[in-house]
Design a protein. Structure first.
Length: 598
């Protein structure tokens, strides 16, 4: 049943859909190995009860409430409950340390925090004790944390009050909240330094959802199933993996993690999924490795399928009659099997959060898996543009969403205007005025518009390397070429104000083990290999291979190997798997500078 009534705010968005969907499944998660669901009506009752409890505990309209939890049914319930109480959600990553949580809680002036497990709660609670604003905490589970009198801890199940919430409370909140009210305060992931709080209005997120719905409607948005993988504390998943599914009345399954993602896809049979490019790179590598291990006829058929699929995409007019017949046969023999690995019902994968390597995009396209690259940032709620299901130009990030204006400044920077842009950075007028000028969001990205209005990103303005010769170099382009090689897991290039580029490389552990041969121990010491002369010579050959496709200024002259991957735990990756350049430079600057002295 279609719901075309205008949505006034995010609470109203949920309430309208809950009245239509009733006892249909809303969200799913694994409990003791089995998928369990929560219905729309049950979720509405819980939201109403929690919203009432938050107000009874003394929260006032405009108060900020921290929300730190892994993806689970309580996450959207807590999020919408906070908004229904007239407050502002402040999500934070579960991987944050105590100091990270303290920064978010102090900077936002949070009045309360909601956390899930003891492991997460210990860090959050310790951080809360260092603030002057947090009045109480709420634990989603039975906790063993010793609460201090200054900050009591309430149990989620007690605040549900038997789920006797009166839906009239939700209706009042839906009626009284405006699109201009702040819905959430999402802190940037810190790729360039100290995270800043981005204020997003109800209208900004609704605008994103409406634009996405308009873009994807040609696929027929009915009975959709989302598999949610990214953290809901990130603006990308918060909008695209939570509020967009709510808008179209979809079921949401929460994946168990990257190791069980393939299994979860088979179990849940999703129709839509959003993720970052790194996930698709991992999928690509695993598929390729499996094909190589199978060898023989399987490998030959697979490679022929990919080759013909790429030819069909890049130059359909060059397809001969024989090519077309073979391609059709390979769809039956290979592509249909590949689709079953994704659950068999997938309409589209959406990529965002970082640039998608063209080779990865065209690989999935060749296998008949629709992969749509989008573009945005937290400051735009976050989606600015996305490729449509048809006329998918993999080298671009698609046209702007409905009601989004895009202009290219004289220096090539992408400027954006519309309801989607943030209200500003929390308590940081100076930073706000630097990025929003005359109503235009200055994205910090360099790009261009093609004849059809599609946006092509050429680089990140702040990440551009300017060598000593004055040449502008895109590090992301070079890094993308490096990590596309099976021998290299991760890479960061370096060379600002230097005569040429050098690189920090993390070898792929699986490849390294294969290279070491059959006698390699199960616990292969990558540290030893990174100092192995023959291994370095082999990697030099990989660099030479990559350099063949790069301009003179983009070529890598020297490199250093590190055995330790960039990760969230060591602070060199954001929770959405983007590299933190400043952190990596701090850790490896001496190693990289030594390359210019050798």
């Amino acid at each position: 049943m279609a719901n075309n009534k205008e949505k006034k705010n995010l609470v109203d968005l949920f309430l309208q859909q809950a009245k239509i969907k009733g006892d249909s499944p809303f969200v799913w998660h694994k409990v003791s190995g089995n998928w369990e669901s929560l219905t729309w009506s049950s979720a509405a009752n819980k939201i109403s009860a929690i919203a009432r409890s938050l107000k009874d505990l003394g929260l006032k309209p405009g108060d900020r409430v921290g929300l730190i939890s892994e993806s689970r049914p309580e996450w959207p319930i807590a999020d919408i409950s906070i908004m229904a109480a007239g407050c502002i959600t402040v999500p934070a990553y579960t991987t944050n340390g105590v100091s990270d949580h303290q920064h978010v809680l102090v900077d936002s002036g949070a009045s309360a925090v909601i956390f899930s497990t003891d492991e997460i709660g210990l860090k959050v609670y310790q951080a809360a004790l260092e603030t002057s604003s947090v009045k109480f905490a709420i634990s989603l589970e039975e906790n063993q944390i010793s609460a201090e009198n200054s900050i009591p801890i309430y149990r989620w199940k007690d605040l549900l009050n038997g789920e006797k919430g009166d839906l009239t409370d939700l209706e009042k909140a839906a009626e009284n909240t405006t699109k201009d009210d702040t819905a959430c305060l999402i802190y940037t992931s810190g790729t360039g330094g100290v995270p800043k709080g981005v204020m997003l209005s109800h209208g900004a997120i609704l605008s994103n959802c409406e634009g996405s719905k308009q873009l994807l409607k040609e696929m027929g948005l009915e009975d959709e199933v989302f598999l949610s993988f990214l953290p809901l504390s990130h603006s990308y998943e918060h909008t695209a993996g939570q509020f967009f599914p709510i808008m179209i009345g979809a079921q949401i399954y929460y994946a168990e993690g990257i190791e069980k993602l393939a299994q979860n896809m088979l179990e849940t049979q999703p129709t839509l999924m959003t993720a970052v490019p790194r996930l698709y790179e991992v999928m690509h590598d695993r598929i390729q490795r499996g094909v190589r291990q199978a060898g023989g006829k399987t490998e030959k058929l697979f490679n022929k399928t990919v080759a013909l699929g790429i030819k069909q995409y890049e130059d359909p007019k060059s397809m001969t009659f024989s090519d077309l017949i073979q391609n059709k046969l390979l769809t039956l023999l290979v592509r249909n099997k590949a689709k079953k690995r994704f659950g068999g019902r997938l309409k589209a994968l959406v990529s965002g959060g970082a640039p998608l390597n063209y080779e990865i995009g065209v690989f999935f396209t060749a296998l008949g898996i629709r992969l749509l690259q989008g573009y945005g940032q937290t400051e735009s709620a976050p989606v600015i543009s996305c490729n449509p299901p048809t006329n998918n130009k993999i080298k671009t990030v698609g046209p702007p969403l409905k009601d989004v204006e895009v202009e290219i400044a004289q220096d090539g920077e992408i400027l954006v205007r519309g309801e989607l842009i943030m209200q500003g950075y929390w308590n940081n007028l100076k930073a706000t005025n630097e990025v929003i000028q005359n109503g235009w969001l200055h994205t910090g990205d360099i790009g261009e518009l093609d004849s059809e209005g599609y946006i092509r990103i050429t680089d990140r303005k702040k990440d551009i390397i300017v060598n000593s010769g004055g040449d502008n170099i895109s590090p992301q382009k070079v890094e993308g070429q490096l990590t596309a090689q099976p021998e290299i897991l991760q890479a960061m290039v370096y060379g600002d104000k230097r005569p040429h580029l050098v690189a920090l490389l993390i070898p792929d552990p699986e490849f390294a083990k294969d290279w070491a041969g059959e006698n390699a121990p199960d616990t292969l010491d990558i540290v030893v290999l990174t100092d192995n002369k023959d291994f370095k010579i082999m990697i030099s050959g990989v660099i030479a291979r990559v350099n063949e496709n790069l301009s003179i200024t983009e070529k890598i002259r020297r490199f250093v190997l590190s055995p330790e991957p960039f990760s969230v735990d060591n602070g060199m990756l954001t929770p959405t798997i983007k590299i933190r350049r400043h952190a990596i430079r701090q850790n490896f600057e001496k190693n990289l500078e030594d390359l210019y002295r050798s």
